[in-house]
Design a protein around this ligand. Structure first.
Ligand SMILES: NC(=O)c1ccc[n+]([C@@H]2O[C@H](COP(=O)([O-])OP(=O)(O)OC[C@H]3O[C@@H](n4cnc5c(N)ncnc54)[C@H](OP(=O)(O)O)[C@@H]3O)[C@@H](O)[C@H]2O)c1
Length: 242
């Protein structure tokens, strides 16, 4: 059979893409392959948590409006880290961490709604009046989970990594002794499972507080926000069983 140059090039490109993509079998990532993650926002929290995933072996694409500014971050993290546009990162990631100022959510949801639909999204955003204006009042009255679900409609949302300062995450990841708890909340069981794996891979212990509405309990300003506690201590504080 004749095999022209274009066919050979196409076959080569497919082989390269397959080599770069971790194996996906039967609805789960093969045991030895780490899920690629998109981190939207490569600042304090995105850079910190995304960096922990890279160290754990996850391919991570960081994205922002200015991906060229993320070059120093990805160079420091090594070959598993890449920088790209938001669209590129959403296509790359099996799961997504949203780590941008909350005021960007409405626009993000409008522009990338189609790509976010059906995606497992870990939502680390907090709304503050000074930075995010009226969204802070909305998150306060409707709850941060419902507010994120409104703006990122269609995403399989899990609230995660919002409840502590990035420096605390950086200091406590994979610490010796009992792990630091990371409260998570979401309505989608499979998405919660993916988030729990990613929380563990980053070096923490996930504590499922409940459905998306339960994210109120650890949103900014709530008593369980900003606490450096172990998983048993967190379960006790939230009143949830193991
Ligand atoms: N800092 C913390 O310790 C901490 C802890 C927990 C949760 N959080 C929450 O995490 C979010 C991020 O906080 P941060 O402190 O990491 O902020 P940050 O350091 O200012 O970083 C924000 C990142 O988001 C990008 N960005 C902003 N608007 C964007 C848009 N419309 N589309 C795509 N990328 C955009 C920025 O890059 P460009 O401007 O170049 O686009 C930057 O890379 C906030 O909601 C915050 O409340 C923060």
């Amino acid at each position: 059979m004749a095999c022209d140059r274009r066919t050979i090039l196409r076959a080569g490109a497919t082989a390269l893409a397959l080599a770069a993509a971790p194996a996906f079998a039967g609805g789960a990532w093969a045991q030895d392959a780490k899920m690629p993650v998109a981190v939207i926002g490569g600042g304090n929290i995105g850079g910190t948590i995304g960096g922990l995933w890279v160290k754990a072996g996850h391919p991570v694409m960081f994205a922002s409006r200015h991906p060229e500014d993320l070059k120093p971050l990805v160079e420091k993290l090594g070959p598993l880290a890449k920088a790209g546009t938001v669209e590129q990162a959403l296509a790359f990631g099996g799961a997504v961490l949203i780590a941008v100022p909350y005021k960007a959510y409405p626009e993000l949801g409008k522009t990338y709604g189609a790509s976010l639909k059906g995606k497992v999204v870990l939502d680390a955003g907090n709304a503050t009046k000074a930075r995010d204006g009226d969204l802070a009042a909305e998150a306060e009255s409707a709850g941060i989970g419902a507010t994120s679900a409104k703006y990122l409609a269609g995403a399989r949302l899990v609230r995660a990594f919002n409840a502590a300062n990035y420096r605390l995450f950086a200091q406590n990841a994979h610490r010796s002794g009992p792990a630091m708890a990371v409260p998570v909340a979401g309505d989608d069981k499979q998405a919660l499972d993916v988030a729990a794996t990613l929380v563990r891979d980053a070096g923490f212990e996930p504590v499922v507080v409940g459905g998306l509405d339960a994210a109120r309990q650890f949103q900014m300003g709530a008593p369980n926000y900003g606490r450096d506690v172990t998983a048993p201590e967190a379960r006790k504080a939230f009143g949830v069983a193991e």
